[in-house]
Design a binder for this molecule. Structure first.
Ligand SMILES: [Zn+2]
Length: 188
């Protein structure tokens, strides 16, 4: 599904209907921005691990360009020892096709094995092959060469969420009786 925008004819569309969505994940606080196709995989993945006694905490999801660039800068200038791997400019986080499992490295070997098995069963790939074991992902449709297309698509959708959030916030300021002060979550 896509929407024609009369105001901006240069919008990027995914004719297969994929798009960045705001997702609630089981047993996780806050909202996650993931492409709607991977969101279902991530939900089954977290639920199935939970059923086997392994609770995961979801970390990084979609990243804005500014935030991704900041991570690259911090890595290059050794400003953040927690960034163990230089983020790629065309990281799947940029497209909303990746999720990090923040507590992965602290799990026991047997729990890690369960997590990897459940990721596979849920249709997710594991970043261990490129030394990023907290990273679980799905490649964008038709392969890596299409990432920039999906990144632009995700950025447009994210901007739309921000815009809608700003409109809501402005509307609630105009109406002192409104209790809806929802604003878009800022990424860390
Ligand atoms: Zn990652």
């Amino acid at each position: 599904m896509y929407h024609y925008s009369a105001m901006n004819p240069l919008r990027y569309y995914d004719y297969d209907g994929r798009e960045l969505t705001k997702t609630k994940l089981p047993r996780q606080a806050g909202v996650f921005y993931l492409d709607d196709t991977i969101a279902h995989n991530v939900i089954s993945f977290l639920n199935n691990c939970h059923k086997r006694g392994v609770d995961l905490s979801a970390g990084e999801h979609y990243r804005t360009e500014a935030y991704n660039q900041k991570l690259i800068y911090d890595f290059d200038h050794k400003k953040n020892p927690n960034i163990i791997k230089r983020p790629a400019e065309n990281s799947l986080h940029r497209a909303g096709f990746a999720i990090d499992i923040a507590n992965f490295n602290s799990l026991s070997y047997s729990d890690k094995a369960i997590v990897v098995e459940e990721a596979n069963r849920a249709g997710l790939q594991w970043g261990n092959s490129f030394s990023d074991p907290v990273h679980f992902y799905k490649e964008v449709p038709k392969g890596q060469k299409n990432r920039m297309y999906y990144i632009k698509l995700a950025d447009e959708k994210y901007d739309k969420f921000l815009f809608e959030g700003a409109i809501k916030a402005a509307a609630s300021k105009c109406n002192p009786h409104s209790v809806n002060t929802t604003q878009p979550e800022l990424l860390p």
